[in-house]
Design a protein around this ligand. Structure first.
Ligand code: CA
Length: 757
């Protein structure tokens, strides 16, 4: 007998509510409870075993812990076997759970992965194992929320597509914080190539800066099989602050289509890294002037970039708004293939900083673009600044009918004309010339918005709780009051400290963002090896405090602020404003701020503060010593602060290795004064400021007195270092070393006073 497909939903609670005998009676009458409505893992296995085309297996609402779902079967076209939730969003897969699909015409929907991590390498995999893949199958309306390995640099992947003709749509992926691409299309066997996958209407929610390679959001293929076609289409997705590393989408295979996606304030670019004949059309990039927001990077043959819209993109170099690379002639498969036959037309670039042509040109990458066309594009910058950097001969690109608004035409081609463009905002949220023109993106470009993607039943929450966004808790110096305020405070709260002398006898561990604000003269000393410990989820803001190390234990290695000794998944923020630090010398190597391995700060800001008598370093950000291209903080900013008698360095900031996948670290110091810094015999670098592998450095308007010189080592990626308008008194000139390039130092050192060599 062929059982008819049915969706038999018994409300679990309803049945349980019945008297036992009555429930038995009901079960007796219907023969049995529907075997497709499952409440435990055994029932699920049984249901899968017996499922027929058109069946719907329903997981009962609730939290399913340690459930490794293996969903196999053969549905039919129009009659898939479905796996869904009793109520979408109310079936939670937690602990060590994951999902594998293998077979044909399978469909999964309504699940939420959170509060745990996959025990295998993947959370959702479109295969059971190397031999058994999924075809014509679909995962839709599923959520993966912060489902990360506890170790930041332990690699896993949230979604891996194998097989052919699969669809991943209307899903919500947010908070990938450990290493490993969020989602990838794999082509490692013949059965996964020319796959025709469709990835559409997904919400790729915020992915914070990883601080290492391996933070891509979507990768299609790998360099290994990049000369095969994938035929994957990526449409109408929303990439919301996908900041993991410098590639947001890395297309590494042929004939993909990347259409009508929106990139909102995402650092990085859509890169056609490998593979030919990909179409990139109708995408919208809103940078909103956020650092390192990029657009499209063109590499390889036969690429088409048409009708895209880029606005407010600040990215530079390979991360610019539009980048056309140079390639390696007849190079190996993992290098940059030359751009041949590219069509770049009808794109709009509005208030964006950089168009790079022939980027990467060097001895190896010696082939400029050829047989290519750059036509009917529109470039407008309100302030008239130039966007072009040309690194090589551009005669292989035919530039035609391009329009520039309020900027000078470039000198490498006559394919641009300058027009007086008056721009206005259209109903679709994009900016166009008031008078209709044929150049630039089309007026009927429809923009994928946040509400069009993902699921309706799961919030698209903000990733960060800002400082001082909560309530105020007032404390005084009575014993234990500060400690108890920290325990009961909520994220974003302000701990307002009344005047007094506070002696803190316990660690203040922060697992949420908190601000400590002095109301008058607040003096703090502490009796443990640290005052504040930032643990996972924590961030710290100090305003107006006077902190002394006089009561710290007489051992080496104290800190005022340190991060968790265990790896932290969540990036933290640290701000020190209007505060003073003194007497940090009870024993040796007393640091103000120490970052542990496996921890990462989005931002560290020191402002209007002073530091005196420190036996260690002020900022110890050099715990990542493996030279894997990993580091401790993205931005370190020091403004108008004073440092005096510091035995260690003001900062030890280290990013080793030769990887080029990150934008940071960044170091910015202005308007500060340093006196007698770095002379301690334990200061290994023998420098006042030690920067190794920092990508962007700006040191200006400071006074350096009686201090050790800076030691700046450039490692990879053409770092930008500017040292200007500083005053040096009895302080030797900065030492800048190019570690790998073999080229003369590239640091810009100018307009400084008192520099002698
Ligand atoms: Ca990468």
């Amino acid at each position: 007998m062929i059982r008819s497909a049915n969706i038999y939903k018994v409300s679990g609670t309803g049945l349980r509510a019945l008297p036992f005998t009555l429930a038995l009676f009901l079960i007796g009458c219907s023969g049995s409870v529907d075997p497709l409505f499952v409440k435990d893992q055994d029932a699920f296995k049984e249901a899968v075993k017996n499922a027929r085309p058109g069946d719907v297996i329903t997981l009962a609402n609730g939290t399913w812990k340690d459930f490794e779902i293996l969903f196999t079967g053969k549905g039919e076209d129009g009659k898939p076997i479905r796996l869904t939730a009793e109520t979408k969003g109310q079936v939670i897969l937690s602990g060590q759970s994951n999902l594998r699909l293998s077979g044909e015409y399978l469909e999964v929907s309504g699940l939420v992965f959170k509060d745990g991590y996959t025990p295998s390498k993947e959370v959702i995999s479109f295969r059971q194992n190397k031999e058994n893949l999924a075809y014509n199958s679909r995962v839709t309306e599923t959520v993966i929320d912060n489902y990360n390995q506890p170790e930041r640099y332990e690699v896993d992947f949230w979604v891996m597509m194998y097989g052919k003709n699969n669809r991943f749509d209307h899903n919500h992926l947010v908070g990938k914080r450990n290493k490993g691409v969020t989602m990838a299309v794999r082509m490692d066997t013949e059965k996964s190539r020319e796959n025709n996958h469709r990835i559409d209407h997904n919400y790729f929610g915020p992915r914070p800066i990883l601080g290492s390679n391996g933070g891509e959001t979507l990768r299609i293929g790998t360099s290994h099989y990049s000369r095969s076609d994938s035929l994957t289409s990526v449409e109408n997705n929303y990439f919301d602050r996908c900041d993991g590393e410098l590639e947001i989408i890395s297309s590494k295979s042929g004939k993909n289509k990347i259409l009508n996606n929106t990139f909102f304030e995402s650092r990085g670019t859509l890169t056609m890294r490998h593979g030919n004949n990909t179409l990139v059309e109708g995408n919208v990039f809103f940078g909103n002037d956020v650092d390192h927001t990029g657009g499209i990077r063109v590499i390889n043959a036969g690429q088409t970039v048409r009708n895209n819209y880029m606005q407010g993109l600040k990215g530079t170099r390979f991360g610019g708004a539009l980048v056309v690379m140079n390639g390696v002639p007849n190079g190996p498969i993992n290098r940059y293939d030359p751009v041949v036959g590219a069509v770049i037309e009808n794109n709009s670039l509005i208030n964006s900083d950089n168009v790079q042509l022939g980027a990467g040109s060097d001895e190896e990458r010696s082939a400029p673009p050829s047989e290519s066309r750059f036509e009917s594009n529109l470039i407008f910058n309100e302030d008239g600044r130039d966007v072009f950097t040309v690194y090589d001969d551009m005669s292989g690109i035919d530039f035609k009918n391009n329009v520039l608004g309020s900027m000078d035409v470039p000198d490498f081609t006559n394919g641009f004309s300058r027009q007086n463009l008056e721009m206005s905002l259209a109903d679709n949220g994009l900016i166009y010339p008031k008078l209709d023109r044929q150049e630039g993106a089309s007026r009927d470009l429809s923009v994928t918005t946040k509400d069009m993607v993902g699921v309706s039943w799961y919030p698209k929450a903000e990733p960060i709780v800002p400082f001082q966004s909560g309530k105020t808790i007032t404390v005084d110096s009575d014993e234990g009051m500060l400690f108890s305020a920290v325990s009961r405070a909520k994220p974003g709260d302000i701990i307002q400290m009344r005047p007094g002398d506070y002696v803190v006898s316990k660690f203040l561990k922060l697992d949420k963002p908190l601000s400590f604000k002095a109301e008058g003269d607040v003096n703090i000393s502490f009796e443990r090896s640290t005052l504040f410990e930032i643990i996972d989820g924590g961030s710290l803001q100090l305003i107006g405090l006077n902190i002394s190390g006089k009561d710290a234990p007489d051992y080496k290695g104290n800190s005022v602020i340190r991060t968790s000794p265990y790896a932290m998944l969540q990036n933290y923020r640290l701000e020190v404003v209007d505060s003073t630090f003194s007497d940090l010398d009870v024993n040796q190597s007393f640091n103000v701020i120490s970052a542990a391995k496996g921890t990462f700060a989005d931002n560290i800001l020191i402002k209007n503060s002073s530091f005196a008598t420190v036996s260690g370093a002020v900022l110890k950000l050099d715990s990542e010593t493996d030279d894997y291209g990993i580091y401790n903080a993205e931005y370190l900013t020091i403004e108008t602060s004073n440092f005096k008698n510091i035995e260690g360095a003001l900062v030890d900031y280290y990013r080793g290795g030769r990887d080029e996948s990150t934008f940071g670290p960044h170091f910015n110091m202005t308007g500060s004064s340093l006196e007698n810094i770095g002379h301690g015999k334990r200061n290994q670098s023998a420098a006042s400021i030690y920067l190794h592998g920092v990508q962007v450095t700006n040191i200006s308007g400071n006074v350096f007195k009686e201090s050790k010189p800076f030691q700046i080592t450039h490692t990879v990626s053409e770092p930008k270092t500017k040292i200007f308008k500083n005053k040096f008194i009895n302080t030797a000139a900065p030492r800048v070393v190019e570690l790998n390039s073999g080229l003369p130092p590239t640091a810009m050192i100018s307009d400084n006073e008192g520099l002698s060599r």
